[in-house]
Structures are given as structure tokens and as C-alpha cells.
Design a protein around this ligand. Structure first.
Ligand code: HEC
Ligand code: HEC
Length: 254
């Protein structure tokens, strides 16, 4: 009996000590392992025929609504690298500015890993400091753009629309995590992404011009979305925080 009790208490001790460290250990989400210095040089200066990434994605990598470029700073390295591989092999086609396929092909596989690692490392949102707040929706509307309703988008992001008879929709959160903060390695961060880019991509998934998603997951989702659903979800996501009140860390902060 005593041996049993001590076995139980040993297990309890091990659980108490190990479980929290697993829950917050870096082993949960391996960060990019490329060469940060080479990645930074490519981002700022380009390489050979490939122009500096800053010329379209911004000095800070936060994207640009007028050009339709995404925020790439702070995105998961493993996801960025997948996208660059998909552009390099034409699995994904840039039909926004028709440049990313050539850009990706102009870099070596190691360069693509290095620039992805660097971009992940310049995340503007860590430890509760969200330096980048997403697109300025008032400005987009003032320039004649169509802007959705963030409060309606929040419902779709958090709960989906499972009960509607036509085109029932899963919650974005079920794959992309709280407020779309991402669930690496498969599910990218979509919270804090540029509004125009979000709308474009959802329409591309819906009409099949983007089809590099594993198991067609995003194409299935986007086909359930009306134009209003797309604008509303994007309006909420672009300014959605990675953090909930009172919990200033995410599962991948370390
Ligand atoms: C001439 C403009 C331009 C330059 C220069 C440029 N990009 Fe892009 N990039 C774009 C556009 C436009 C898109 C969106 C394309 C689409 O709709 O598929 C994009 C998309 C991307 C994506 C996909 C992001 C996502 O969330 O899926 C990555 C990654 C990326 N660029 C990385 C880079 C890197 C790294 C460089 C520098 C080596 C670079 N880009 C240079 C215009 C540019
Ligand atoms: C069943 C899981 C699943 C659900 C639910 C889901 N997504 Fe996705 N989503 C994915 C996957 C997987 C990818 C990555 C595709 C790839 O590798 O290119 C993705 C990518 C995206 C992208 C492209 C991001 C980028 O940087 O290029 C957008 C935008 C997006 N999702 C929006 C949404 C929205 C909005 C919802 C809710 C209406 C949603 N997703 C629900 C699985 C899902």
C-alpha cells in the first residue's frame, strides 16, 4: 500500500512538474531554423533579379492594401516557406501582381528558408505588444473600397454559421485558433492580416484560382461564403488581436 501511495505521488509530482513545461515548451512549435542574417539581407536588398521584399510588402513587412500585398512579418516560418515553395513550383499562382512566382524561383531553397525564418522573427505582436493593428478600414472605405461589418464577421470567425440552412459554415477559429491567431504548422495566422489581401484570397479559394490548400480545406470553406460573409470576416480579422483580455501569451509564444 505504501509503495502504491508513493508510486501515485511520484506520478503526481512528475505530472505537476512536466505537464506545465510541455504546455509552454518551445518543442510544441518549432520555429524556423534558417539563417536570419541572410534572410534579412534578402528582405531588405533582394537578391540577383529578385527585388527587395520591402518594395511591395513594406519596410516593416506589414503589407499594403493598395497593392494587395499581405503582411508577412510575424507569420509562421513553416507556412511562409510552404507558400514560397508553392510559388516556386507553380502550385500557387500570384494573380494579383504576377510577381511572386518569379520571385520565389529566383531564390534558392535555402534562401526561401532563410527569409521565412527572418520574417517570423520580426513578429510585431509579442508579449502583448501589438504594434501592427491591421488595415485602416475607414481609409479603405473613404477611397471607395467595400468594407464589411466587423461585428458580423466576429460571429463567423468565432462560431461560424452551422445552423443556416444554405451554405452552413464552420468557424474559422476551429482551424485558425482564437481570433485567427494561427495554429502552426498547418494553419496560418489570419488575424491582423491585411483586409484587401484577406478578401482577395477568400475569393480565389472560392473560384479555385488558389488551390494549394491541404485536402482542399479552404476551397470547401470559401464555397460556403457569400461576398458579404467574406467582407465581414475580413473586416473583423484584420483588427483582431492575438490575445484575449488577461492572457497575454499565445500557445506559440516562447
Ligand atoms: C513586386 C511586388 C512584390 C515583391 C517585390 C515581393 N512580393 Fe511577395 N507578394 C506580392 C503579392 C502581390 C502577393 C500576393 C499574391 C497572391 O495573391 O497570391 C505576395 C505574396 C507573398 C507571400 C504569400 C504570403 C501568404 O500569407 O500566403 C509570401 C510568403 C511573399 N509574398 C514573400 C515575399 C518575399 C520573401 C519577397 C522578397 C524576396 C517578396 N514577397 C517580394 C508582391 C510582392
Ligand atoms: C478546416 C480547417 C479550416 C477552416 C475551418 C478555415 N480554414 Fe482558412 N485555411 C486552412 C488551411 C489549411 C490554410 C492554409 C492553406 C495553405 O497551406 O496554403 C488556410 C488558409 C487561409 C487563408 C490564407 C492565408 C494566407 O496568408 O495566405 C485565409 C485568408 C483563410 N484561411 C481564411 C479563413 C476564414 C476567413 C475562415 C472562416 C470563415 C477559415 N479560413 C476557416 C484551413 C481552414
Amino acid at each position: 500500500m505504501r509503495r502504491f501511495i508513493s508510486a501515485v505521488s511520484t506520478v503526481a509530482l512528475v505530472v505537476a512538474v512536466i505537464v506545465p513545461s510541455i504546455a509552454f515548451s518551445s518543442a510544441m512549435y518549432p520555429k524556423g531554423k534558417g539563417n536570419v542574417a541572410n534572410g534579412k539581407a534578402i528582405f531588405e536588398n533582394g537578391k540577383g533579379s529578385v527585388p527587395a521584399c520591402t518594395s511591395c510588402h513594406g519596410e516593416d513587412g506589414n503589407g499594403n492594401d493598395d497593392m494587395g500585398t499581405p503582411r508577412i512579418a510575424g507569420q509562421f516560418a513553416v507556412f511562409l516557406r510552404k507558400q514560397l515553395e508553392d510559388y516556386a513550383t507553380d502550385k500557387r499562382k500570384d494573380e494579383t501582381m504576377f510577381v511572386m512566382n518569379d520571385n520565389a524561383k529566383g531564390l534558392s531553397a535555402q534562401d526561401r528558408t532563410d527569409v521565412s525564418t527572418y520574417l517570423e522573427s520580426i513578429s510585431p505582436g509579442s508579449n502583448g505588444k501589438m504594434a501592427f493593428k491591421g488595415s485602416d478600414l475607414k481609409e479603405i472605405a473613404a477611397n471607395g473600397g467595400t468594407v464589411g461589418l466587423a461585428h458580423k464577421g466576429k460571429t463567423l470567425v468565432e462560431w461560424g454559421a452551422g445552423a443556416r440552412v444554405q451554405n452552413p459554415l464552420s468557424a474559422c477559429r476551429s482551424c485558425h485558433g482564437f481570433n485567427g491567431r494561427g495554429a502552426p504548422p498547418i494553419y496560418p495566422r489570419i488575424g491582423g492580416q491585411r483586409y484587401v489581401y484577406l478578401v482577395n484570397q477568400l475569393k480565389k479559394w472560392r473560384d479555385g484560382t488558389r488551390s494549394n490548400d491541404p485536402m482542399g480545406q479552404m476551397q470547401a470553406i470559401a464555397k460556403q461564403m457569400s461576398d458579404d460573409d467574406i467582407n465581414n470576416a475580413a473586416a473583423y480579422l484584420t483588427n483582431a488581436s492575438d490575445y484575449s483580455m488577461g492572457n497575454f501569451r499565445t500557445p506559440y509564444d516562447h
